[in-house]
Design a protein around this ligand. Structure first.
Ligand SMILES: C[S@@+](CC[C@H](N)C(=O)[O-])C[C@H]1O[C@@H](n2cnc3c(N)ncnc32)[C@H](O)[C@@H]1O
Length: 274
């Protein structure tokens, strides 16, 4: 069974020609056609505490992408297009740090955004993935490598299989811009506890910095955003808004596609450090 699921992930990754949407579509088709091989919503949700715990199998990874992948991708893309202008002054050497990256959806959204703006082929990304789950981290690396080929982006990928509490940020290379991505993680208590230490490290990251955080607007996320505002007090300004986002996505409980609306809180904090 495990080999079969790995093969499915591999095949779906190879279907990515225009972007992450190809991977998502391929995974939804597989999920829909193979109900006997899937986890139920309650089994997934109970074991992973609603996707906040590190995933432990390919079966969980597939469920996660089908249930949450599109929503997370669309939120990060929305935040990027609302707050940043990639066409003017596009930088070549960009560092991306994806905190609690899971299967790399936020980084994939970032890469799709570069392609949409027509600057993919002039971009060189130094990507740092921090994530406790080995299964998720391996898939993230695979997907980023495949999407980089599809979009013609040069990438170097550096993985840390660990929690944010023990993450060491490698911020000493030549990049002039760094994007810090926190996609659907600041509602997690252990991440919130680690934020002061992360903030201390990223404060000294030289060049231009942009921190982008997204999460559905619920109580635990609000706590995370409050801590973020306290700890990133060195940012030049704060963009922080809630958006009712509506998208066509596959609903795992109903086993059908329909329109889904969720309220997402999104923050973007820029600063420059010399
Ligand atoms: C809801 S998922 C978000 C994954 C990804 N960022 C996305 O947007 O799809 C939460 C992620 O946080 C990771 N995680 C849980 N505790 C963590 C911690 N203490 N430090 C770093 N990551 C953590 C989980 O393994 C999981 O991948």
């Amino acid at each position: 069974m495990r080999d079969q699921l790995q093969l499915q992930i591999n095949n779906a990754s190879e279907s990515m020609n225009s972007g992450f949407s190809d991977y998502y579509q391929n995974m939804v088709d597989y999920f829909h056609q193979n109900p006997d091989k899937n986890l139920s919503y309650s089994a997934f949700s109970n074991r992973t505490e609603r996707a906040t715990k590190a995933l432990t199998s390919e079966q969980e990874a597939i469920f996660y992408i089908v249930a949450y992948g599109w929503q997370h991708h669309q939120s990060m893309q929305h935040l990027l297009s609302e707050t940043l202008d990639f066409t003017s002054n596009a930088q070549e050497n960009i560092r991306v740090v994806d905190y609690g990256c899971g299967q790399g959806v936020a980084t994939l959204a970032f890469m799709d955004h570069l392609a949409k703006k027509g600057v993919a082929q002039q971009s060189s990304l130094e990507i740092h993935l921090i994530e406790p789950s080995r299964v998720s981290l391996d898939i993230a690396k695979l997907l980023i490598e495949r999407l980089a080929i599809a979009h013609g982006i040069k990438v170097s990928i550096h993985c840390q299989q660990r929690t944010l509490g023990s993450a060491l940020l490698p911020l000493n290379s030549e990049c002039v811009e760094t994007f810090h991505l926190l996609s659907n993680v600041i509602d997690i208590e252990a991440v919130q506890i680690a934020l002061p230490n992360i903030a201390k490290q990223i404060k000294s990251c030289t060049g231009k910095n942009f921190l982008l955080a997204t999460c559905p607007k619920y109580a635990n996320a609000q706590i995370g955003f409050r801590i973020l505002h306290q700890e990133i007090d060195f940012a030049d300004n704060f963009y922080d808004e809630c958006w009712d986002m509506t998208y066509q996505m596959y609903r795992v409980i109903q086993a059908t596609w329909n329109q889904h609306t969720s309220t997402q809180r999104m923050a973007m904090m820029p600063w420059t450090s010399s």
